[in-house]
Design a protein around this ligand. Structure first.
Ligand code: FE
Length: 224
């Protein structure tokens, strides 16, 4: 495990600085692979900043916002669902959803990913989109047409799959949809590597990094 991220989950014996973020209740999980594992599509520098600064920032801010509130006793998913669509809790929702979305995004990719989905997921994809190629084309089109910052999702909607776009910190759980995988299309996910060429970043993920086994494991009811 990368020592930089291991340190994030090992309690420090040193007294916290006055400005230190609360130690919890929500924790930044380490990346599930080394920082350079997704190169050349996503550079180690981008992963360092994206996970170590952006994702960490959402977790740290969330911990400050939920201190001494009932949200501190909830799971991250429960906080997302409890605050969605409530203007008075918008700050908590944005940071909780971004923390959840990023944790899901890291797991949606893996180095040297299998080119094809496992048979169970493939049958769902063929039933919903016609082919894996058609699904990838729909994901790419959604990514390039999302205006501004957001997320692209493959979701389970009952007995079929759908491609979904959400703006900002949006999350399919709040729409009673089951996320299978996601792609972060905020500029911070790719700007260092390909500047404004979002399509190139998304094409790289679709080409070699999607963790189909993770997506398949998120299906709720196996298609017979
Ligand atoms: Fe991000």
């Amino acid at each position: 495990m990368n020592s930089q991220f291991q340190s994030a989950i090992v309690p420090s014996r040193a007294p916290p600085a006055a400005t230190a973020a609360p130690a919890g209740p929500f924790l930044l999980a380490p990346l599930p692979y080394p920082e350079d594992a997704l190169e050349p599509v996503i550079s180690a520098r981008t992963l360092q900043l994206h996970h170590g600064k952006h994702h960490r920032g959402y977790v740290d801010t969330l911990n400050k916002l939920v201190a001494d509130t009932p949200f501190a006793a909830m799971s991250l998913e429960q906080v997302v669902l409890a605050t969605a669509g409530q203007p008075k809790h918008a700050d908590v929702f944005h940071n909780a959803a971004q923390a959840w979305n990023h944790g899901f995004y890291w797991q949606s990719m893996k180095p040297k990913a299998d080119a094809a989905p496992p048979q169970k997921l493939e049958s769902w994809i063929i039933a919903s989109f016609g082919s894996v190629k058609a699904l990838k084309e729909e994901l790419a089109a959604a990514a390039t047409s999302e205006f501004g910052s957001g997320w692209i999702w493959l979701v389970q909607d009952g007995d079929r799959l759908r491609v979904l776009k959400t703006d900002n910190a949006g999350n399919p759980l709040t729409m009673a949809l089951r996320p299978l995988l996601t792609i972060d299309v905020w500029e911070h996910a790719y700007y260092l590597d390909v500047q404004n060429r979002r399509a190139e970043y998304v094409s790289g993920i679709l080409g070699s990094l999607l963790d189909w086994n993770f997506a398949s494991g998120n299906l709720q009811h196996p298609r017979i």
